[in-house]
Design a protein around this ligand. Structure first.
Ligand code: FMN
Ligand code: SF4
Length: 671
């Protein structure tokens, strides 16, 4: 959410509007991170050129009565490239420690480097305060450089910036002194601290208590933002998924709170705050003075507004899938899997659902998440929508996945859509198999085909590109067969997982929990490979191992015989035969089901095939399609179908929000 070229890379209008939408809905304090070292691709607070855009972000947030803090950081372990089209720059750290996610070893900062870093904290704070920011936080958690200096695990120095507790604290103290000096009475100063590193020889709760106490005694901080977790190795502590064990950050923080002077406000982001009662309890019991939410508000900008108005059921509940983090890290466009409007506020924000002058009659075929999003958005734009679903329930694949152990957030997603389509007055026809006649019966102007996809029954995949011999045997099933039919094979079961996502792993877990002897085979060299980027793979593998599921990597099915399955090593071709197999589940590829599309072609103004029916992909893609194409309905000159849209020059509004924040119209808060 930054724009411009290196050297003048600045916060974009989109960034301002992202925060503006949340501030307008009652978020009291917004805090975003800002690198202090000019890092390629990110708007650093040290660039003077970035100041007008930081100032515009501050003005926009202030216009809703909220406060804005900047979190100054440098990540010790993710240096990014030197510049465009270059290899990564070396990581900087307190000592020459090896990075967790690579063989690379960090550069141990020299004293001159430390001085430069301190200057950068000073200049960063000066610039943000000049831009109107109300507070500065130094980030000393999640594996940032300041944490590395404070931590006995990372800091092995023998000079004045290491050696003992006081030496390890010196960088943090001097950085806070510089920031305090710049802030004066104008801005609050605090730090985000990893208060329990959970590493052998790492920072402990006792250390954190002493640190906060020492900083408070020296009047260096006004608030302490207490957290846990190192990135990337402890993402399950930083941004836990639904499959991670519960993290008791409350217990960790409560003890520190007791020991810290009352004038120091404590902020905690406990993780997965999706209902306000959770936050209120933490404040009422004295664990913390302020509660932070990140993903809850990425998914639902109006979390607070709904709670205040007694309509919390209208809030989308973050499903903790970490698509937001994964997309951010991959640089593939930051967004939310279940809310396509999030991080696209300028184009698709809450105030952009103006009722169309000419309402259209719309029929949506298929009530999976793509169809539900299309129906919701079309209805919100003032169209008369009928949603036809052949199953007796809403949610399609997502509803089926919610049967899998630990995947129940999918159910909350389906429930939210059910509430939405009902609130919006969508006519929902469940248990109706759509035909051309039924669809055209209501004389629609636009039709959306969101009839999803089904797993290949013959085992074809992108890897083998041909059916698996023996896939037609009775003992062979697809995930659809099992999930739709609630049929759970017992005995020895082989599951072939070509996707590396939740479906095969969830079925393996479910069957194993019911007593089956399960082997999960993938041709990849890593189980559940598709869940690595969302930091879910470790928890999923742990759950499978705890249930005794045999994990076989680098293998594929050669042939399925009667009660036996031949598998081969994808590198050496060596074949092994598994005997006594009672069932095989093939989660290879999904094929689109868009049967009505050809028959309906040319019969209405607009006909969009979306989601898996267009091309089977992921949950986020399906919901995005639903949103994108519903927005086109009834728009003058808009595309008539997917192909028409795909081959057009990209529309200008795609770039809305990508201008420098400094150029946005100040008098037009759109939220
Ligand atoms: C996309 C994304 C970006 C994040 N960036 C930062 C960051 O820059 N600084 C930080 O202290 N925490 C960052 N976090 C961690 C959050 O502050 C928070 O501690 C964590 O996500 C758990 O809270 P939640 O469940 O409310 O999201 C980020 C989290 C996400 C999901
Ligand atoms: S992408 Fe997933 S984890 Fe992130 S906010 Fe959206 S639902 Fe939550």
């Amino acid at each position: 959410m930054a724009t411009g070229v290196h050297g003048t890379r600045v916060p974009s209008e989109g960034l301002a509007r992202y925060y503006g939408e949340r501030a307008a809905a009652g978020v009291g304090l917004v805090m975003h991170s800002v690198p202090v070292i000019p890092t390629y691709g990110r708007p650093s607070a040290t660039y003077t050129e970035a100041l007008p855009s930081f100032a515009a972000v501050a003005r926009h947030v202030h216009s809703y009565g909220s406060r804005l803090f900047g979190q100054l950081y440098y990540y010790a372990s993710s240096p990014g490239p030197w510049g465009p089209n270059t290899p990564p720059a070396p990581a900087l750290s307190a000592s020459a420690t090896q990075r967790f996610d690579s063989h690379s070893v960090a550069h141990e900062m020299t004293i001159a480097g430390v001085q430069k870093l301190l200057d950068a904290f000073r200049v960063g704070a000066r610039h943000l305060i000049r831009a109107g920011y109300d507070g500065i936080e130094i980030h000393a958690a999640h594996g940032t450089i300041v944490e590395h200096f404070v931590s006995p695990y990372f800091n092995k120095r023998r000079d004045g910036y290491g050696n003992d507790f006081t030496g390890r604290l010196r960088l943090l103290v001097e950085a806070l002194e510089a920031v305090r000096d710049e802030a004066g009475e104008k801005a609050a100063v605090g730090l985000r601290l990893n208060c329990d590193e959970r590493l052998p020889g790492g920072l402990t709760v006792d250390d954190a208590t002493s640190i906060v106490d020492r900083l408070a005694t020296r009047n260096l901080i006004d608030f302490a933002d207490l957290d846990i977790g190192l990135e990337p190795e402890q993402f399950s502590l930083v941004s836990p998924t639904a499959l991670d064990p519960e993290v008791d950050i409350e217990g960790t923080v409560a003890g520190i709170r007791q020991a810290v002077p009352r004038q120091i406000a404590v902020l905690v982001t406990p993780g997965r705050v999706t209902r306000l009662a959770h936050a209120e309890r933490l404040i009422a019991t004295g664990v913390t003075d302020m509660v932070g939410s990140v993903r809850g508000l990425i998914a639902e900008p109006e979390l607070l507004k709904h709670a205040r108005e007694g309509t919390e059921e209208l809030s989308r509940t973050c499903i903790a899938c970490n698509y937001c983090l994964a997309s951010l890290i991959a640089g593939s466009g930051f967004g939310c899997a279940i809310n396509p409007g999030s991080a696209r506020e300028t184009r698709w924000g809450l105030s952009t659902y103006s009722k169309k002058s000419s309402s259209r009659r719309v029929v949506v075929v298929g009530a999976g998440v793509a169809g539900l999003e299309a129906a919701r958005v079309a209805a919100k734009c003032g169209h008369a929508v009928t949603l036809i679903e052949q199953r007796p329930f809403l949610g399609g694949q997502a509803a089926l996945w919610s049967k899998l152990p630990g995947r129940d957030p999918m159910r909350t997603l389906c429930e939210w859509y059910a509430t939405q389509v009902s609130e919006m007055g969508v006519e929902v026809r469940l248990g109706v198999r759509a035909t051309t006649g039924i669809v055209l019966d209501s004389s629609p102007d636009a039709i959306v085909i969101a009839s999803g996809a089904r797993y290949a029954t013959d085992g074809e995949s992108g890897f083998a590109g041909r059916p698996i011999p023996g896939a037609d045997r009775e003992m062979v099933h697809t995930p659809d067969d099992l999930l739709q039919g609630d049929r759970w094979p017992a005995g020895r079961v082989i599951i072939l997982d070509e996707e590396g996502l939740h479906t095969a792993a969830g079925i393996a877990e479910l069957l194993a929990a019911r007593g089956a002897e399960v082997e999960l085979i993938t041709r990849h060299q890593q189980p559940v490979v598709g869940l690595v980027s969302s930091f879910e793979s470790t928890s999923v593998i742990g759950r499978l191992k705890n249930l005794g599921v045999r994990l076989t990597q680098g293998a594929y099915i050669k042939e399925i015989g009667s009660g036996e399955v031949a598998i081969y090593d994808v590198v050496t071709d060596a074949v092994e035969v598994r005997h006594g197999i009672e069932a095989v589940v093939l989660a290879t590829m999904r094929r689109p089901e868009a049967v009505l599309a050809a028959e309906l072609h040319g019969k209405v103004e607009q006909l969009f095939v979306i989601g898996d029916a267009l091309a089977p992909r992921g949950l986020a893609d399906a919901i995005f399609d639903g949103h994108k194409f519903a927005r086109l309905i009834g728009e003058p000159g808009a595309a008539r179908d997917f192909t028409d849209d795909f081959f057009r020059p990209l529309p200008d509004d795609l770039y809305a929000g990508m201008k420098a924040a400094a150029t946005m119209a100040e008098d037009s808060p759109r939220n």
